[in-house]
Design a protein around this ligand. Structure first.
Ligand code: SAM
Length: 403
């Protein structure tokens, strides 16, 4: 009997650990960088794209229901069951945080468009990372699965912290998007055999300015620094990009509110907005921050349209290409600013020549927000090509054959 009881307790513990592990990492969660663990074609993630797109486009439609439950469904569909369970518990326990609850119920504008649930998720992740309260930290560490208990305690004890955190929009810097940018740079380099300088619009912390310091596997092409702790290997469909050197001579960016990688509070904010059960993204972000502490990205504080006009007024030396890049940035601009940037590039493009070529590389939603496209415009000709259809975070790319 005693032995049976021990077996039963062990089995119960194992099952409980498995439930927690599944909640944290998902039953089929795979490490994107792990080529051997890539899903087979039938399971390929673009099959889930519409759900992801729906989340990423933040189509608001809040109606009377809870934004937390709506977002929880989307997180679960995106393979983040732990974040989904957190948001469901927040929905049940919100009254424990009266300041925050009042703030949300009186939210001016559309809470879905403001990504309120993602702000909340960032606040709780930040608290868990600080170990406050301990029950929240142990929930995030997979030591128990009492979501309601831990989140109720956090909401009751950290109401002011959470309310304050919600006043800031989520600010992220997605390193995996560098894979798409590098594939476009290889395409430009295949046309002009010369090194490039980068000008990045909406850089956030500027982690993608260090893209030449990362290691890539892009289809069948390996490029970058093979010793780098940052590895970017998106799931790849279609032909590989051209084989060409990745040679960046300088990289500079601009952001309205740059995050400073040497500031511990800024680093912590970036890490807190990564989803707790997306370990691949988390680890890559940590590794990129490590690279950035040795090689701080140069990000100017300012408005991109004005900054770009000033930069492009100065011609680059002969024998050097110039690439203006932007990833998930245009959606934040007014029509007027988007037009200013287009015009500035057209004017600079008119002065470009084969000894001083100009490229625009954009990783952005299409205007109807149906999909994310990687586009390359090259001057002196001014021709544009859609190079790839991409996952919004850069997890996968579908490379388009050249016509
Ligand atoms: C979604 S983030 C993308 C950051 C980064 N490009 C990436 O892909 O990870 C958009 C960034 O654009 C910046 N931004 C928005 N409007 C801007 C403007 N007019 N000028 C410069 N930066 C701007 C925001 O501050 C934010 O850091």
């Amino acid at each position: 009997m005693e032995k049976d009881a021990k077996v039963a307790v062990t089995e119960y513990r194992e099952q409980r650990q498995e439930r927690i592990r599944t909640a944290l990492h998902g039953p089929e969660r795979r490490e994107v960088n792990d080529v051997a663990a890539r899903p087979r074609r039938a399971e390929e993630p673009w099959a889930r794209a519409p759900v992801e797109y729906e989340w990423m486009t933040k189509r608001a439609d809040v109606g009377g229901g809870s934004e937390f439950l709506r977002q929880a469904d989307r997180c679960r569909a995106m393979g983040s069951p732990f974040v989904a369970s957190v948001l469901e518990a927040v929905d049940r326990q919100l009254s424990r945080a009266p300041i925050t609850a009042a703030m949300i119920s009186g939210w001016e504008g559309d809470p879905a468009a403001a990504a309120i649930a993602m702000r909340f998720n960032g606040a709780l992740n930040a608290l868990a990372r600080r170990g406050a309260p301990a029950s929240l930290a142990s929930l995030y560490n997979g030591e128990h699965d009492d979501f309601d208990g831990a989140i109720a305690e956090a909401l009751a004890g950290q109401d002011s912290f959470i309310a304050n955190w919600l006043t800031h929009p989520p600010q992220t810097n997605e390193v995996a998007r560098a894979g798409a940018i590098v594939a476009a740079l290889l395409t430009a380099r295949a046309r002009w055999d010369m090194p490039f300088e980068l000008l990045d619009l909406g850089s956030s912390a500027g982690l993608n300015l260090n893209l030449a310091r990362y290691a890539y596997r892009l289809g069948s092409v390996s490029v970058g620094d093979p010793e780098s702790p940052v590895r970017v290997a998106p799931l790849w469909r279609g032909p590989s990009p051209p084989v060409a050197p990745l040679e960046i001579v300088s990289a500079r960016g601009v952001d309205l509110q740059p995050l400073d990688v040497s500031n511990p509070d800024h680093r912590e904010r970036l890490l807190s907005f990564a989803w707790a059960d997306q370990q691949g993204r988390y680890k890559r972000l940590e590794a990129a921050l490590q690279v950035a502490s040795a090689h701080p990205p140069q990000v100017d504080q300012g408005d991109a349209a004005t900054w770009l006009a000033e930069r492009l007024e100065q011609p680059q030396p002969e024998g050097r290409g110039r690439a203006v890049i932007h990833t998930m940035f245009l959606q934040y601009l007014s029509d007027e600013d988007r037009r200013r940037i287009d015009e500035t590039l057209d004017e600079a493009g008119a002065k470009a020549c084969d000894q001083r070529p100009l490229a625009r590389i954009s990783f952005e939603w299409t205007p109807d927000r149906g999909r994310v496209e990687l586009r390359l415009t090259q001057w002196p000709t001014g021709s544009t090509r859609v190079l790839a259809i991409c996952h919004p975070y850069g997890d996968w790319l579908e490379w388009q054959p050249s016509r």
